[in-house]
Design a binder for this molecule. Structure first.
Ligand code: UT7
Length: 320
């Protein structure tokens, strides 16, 4: 029994920061960032938190789907930048939107978080454990950056996206997921180290570290294969796909995937120019932007694909 996306929403922090502005903070140039990544600006949180952005995205999705929060029976938030270790972001969202009948939890699959959340939601529906799920990807990555490290801090942005998913006859046609923990050290952020009466440790909190080339090679090799697997599983040819909505890490990665799939770039909408890389928020924010621009008609087939730390990846073929 498939599940259908019945509404989307997103939220970006009020404050946009251009590449030019970044030049004042770190040894970089607008030209380098545009040429190597395609990014022109990103939104950075000031008043916003991961929870507040997830709530705004959720409320927008609820309005879009025209349902009541009480109809939601499952909330999954993909995030690596929760405001608190516990309670989960999902439980805070549940409380703030009044989704009192939902079971709520967070997952960590980094930039594949939204795709992993969709998979879990669909599995719950197949098992008869949920009817209406709210799947959110949201991040405040700016708090996890080393603002002296130009190889990472220029790439990421803050924001959240949400989708409401309902058990229905048509909708998500196929989902594939994968993980390769052996290569996980390519993209890391250390949590608090052991620190107790037995082990004294006052190391400062870690920041995001990335072997950009390693992750780049992983992405251009793994993502086309994952998409091909998802399309094969769905019995859908690439020519039948209207849009491929990929994780917005780097325009060059998206161009490479388009080339490998033999599809024109017009089928690959992007918003990384304005948003940067929002990790788990990337795919749902783009999905919402595409949905709200009126680019999707009922029955259109689209591909969603996320990839990143773990290393993890996921791809889905969805009938709108
Ligand atoms: O969301 C998770 C998934 N993440 C990704 O998919 C990211 C994948 N990786 C990438 O997108 C690219 O590898 C990057 C955009 C991160 C880097 O691009 P690159 O073409 O691989 O550059 P590089 O790391 O090889 O660095 C090239 C040069 C270096 O200088 P030298 O050693 O050639 O003199 C860097 O020091 O560019 C320098 N550099 C910068 N220069 C100006 C690195 N970052 C910057 C910067 N501004 N921000």
């Amino acid at each position: 029994m498939p599940a259908r996306i019945i509404g989307t929403g997103s939220y970006l922090p009020q404050r946009a920061v251009s590449n030019k502005e970044l030049e004042k903070w770190v040894d970089t140039t607008d030209e380098w960032i545009r040429e190597r990544t395609g990014i022109e600006q990103r939104h950075l949180a000031e008043q916003e938190t991961t929870t507040s952005m997830a709530v705004e995205a959720a409320l927008a999705a609820i309005r879009d789907a025209q349902i009541e929060a009480k109809e939601i029976d499952l909330i999954i938030v993909g995030t690596v930048s929760a405001d608190m270790c516990f309670p989960s972001t999902a439980c805070q969202v549940q409380s703030l939107i009044g989704a009192d009948c939902a079971v709520a939890f967070d997952i960590n699959a980094a930039c594949a978080g939204f795709l992993f959340g969709l998979s879990i939601a669909q599995a719950y529906m197949q098992a008869g454990m949920a009817q209406t799920a709210l799947v959110i990807g949201g991040e405040t990555l700016s708090k996890m950056m080393d603002w002296q490290d130009r190889s990472t801090c220029v790439l990421f942005g803050d924001g959240a996206g949400a989708a409401l998913v309902r058990k229905q006859e048509r909708g998500i046609i196929s989902l594939v997921q994968g993980s390769e923990g052996k290569r996980g050290m390519a993209l890391t952020c250390q949590n608090r180290p052991v620190n107790n009466p037995l082990v004294k440790n006052d190391t400062a909190l870690d920041h995001t570290r990335m072997d950009g080339r390693e992750v780049y090679h992983f992405a251009v090799k793994t993502v086309p294969k994952a998409i091909e697997n998802a399309m094969e599983k769905a019995g859908v040819a690439s020519g039948e796909i209207k849009y491929f909505l990929l994780h917005q890490a780097n325009l060059r990665i998206i161009e490479s995937v388009a080339k490998k799939l033999g599809q024109p770039m017009e089928k690959f909408p992007t918003n990384l120019q304005k948003c940067g890389n929002i990790s788990a928020g990337s795919v749902p924010v783009l999905l919402d932007h595409v949905n709200r621009s009126g680019m999707l008609q009922r029955g259109d087939k689209i591909v969603l694909a996320g990839f990143g730390a773990g290393l993890t990846w996921g791809a889905a073929v969805v009938e709108w």
